[in-house]
Design a protein around this ligand. Sequence first.
Ligand code: ADP
Ligand code: TRP
Length: 321
Amino acid sequence: MRILSGIQPSGALHLGNYFGMMRPAIELQTKGETFYFIADYHSMTSLFNAEERRKNSLDVALDFLACGLDPKKSVFFRQSDVPEVCELAWLLSTLTPMSMLEKAHSFKDKSAKGIPINHGLFAYPVLMAADILIYDSNLVPVGQDQKQHVEMTRDIAVKFNETYGETFVIPEPQIKVETAKVPGLDGEKMSKSYGNTLEIFGEEKPLRKKVMGIKMDSRTPEEPKPDAEKNLAIELLKLVAPAETAADFENRLRAGGLGYGDLKKALFENYWNHFAEARKKRAELAANLDYVNQILADGATKARTLAQTVLKRARKNCGLE
Ligand code: ADP
Ligand code: TRP
């Protein structure tokens, strides 16, 4: 089984990215042949600063490796090191109905916010389909918000297979229900674009401040809270603390007597400890960039070899060769 996923180098890694996509992807390393990439072509649809893209791409590499991506088990590479994916995107785009792209949340959400839409952003699901199909991927671990893109990929692949004969493997999305939608500090979906994120790597002081600044209701500490499981700090605690610890805090909150300040303090401590090892690893990697670049170079060679084979199959089947 081949497993593939990508993440855009568009800003600092947060709890939503980590629990929604990165950790499930890392866990799958023992379940099949895993291909993970830094979606730098994709970032061009909404980030227009070259230096920032370079820095963010390196950050994603460090984040992923620090969080447990094992280069001995996974092929890890930059999307743009496999330019074949752009050619495949063109082939696929000719079988992608405009009406399908018009339904894509990715551009509709941005458009609704008044962000000007470029053709790249509109056509983004086609490039994503090429990313997935060019490696004959079977399984695509992503957060809930990417499900629609994987469904479009399936539709496009089926259409190509029907039109030009059996060419592509039809992939399945894999979405972890428990972490499909990690809430942000305001209770909405955690997202860079909503400014409600809790970063995985960063300075202790500002991150502590963010956690302590989470808004709670005005009930007194003594009051029992029968809705304790819906408390945002409890929800986040369940992600970063041992199960017994989270259950203990939830029970204490439900019974009454636990103040929100103490709860948030516990959340911060558990969150900070949860990533202590990854933080240490990341610092080591940052001091050894040659090693990191070598991993990406090796990954690119492996990924490109496979991509060329699949692209050739598609070119032949559609009559380009
Ligand atoms: P953002 O919304 O912050 O821009 P991205 O769209 O770059 O995040 O998402 C990268 C990956 O992380 C995707 O697979 C996405 O589904 C996942 N992801 C992002 N935010 C969350 C969240 N709050 N809960 C679960 N998964 C998430
Ligand atoms: N669109 C994804 C995101 O914004 C990133 C991505 C690009 C991706 N190509 C992919 C994810 C292929 C999975 C498979 O998060």
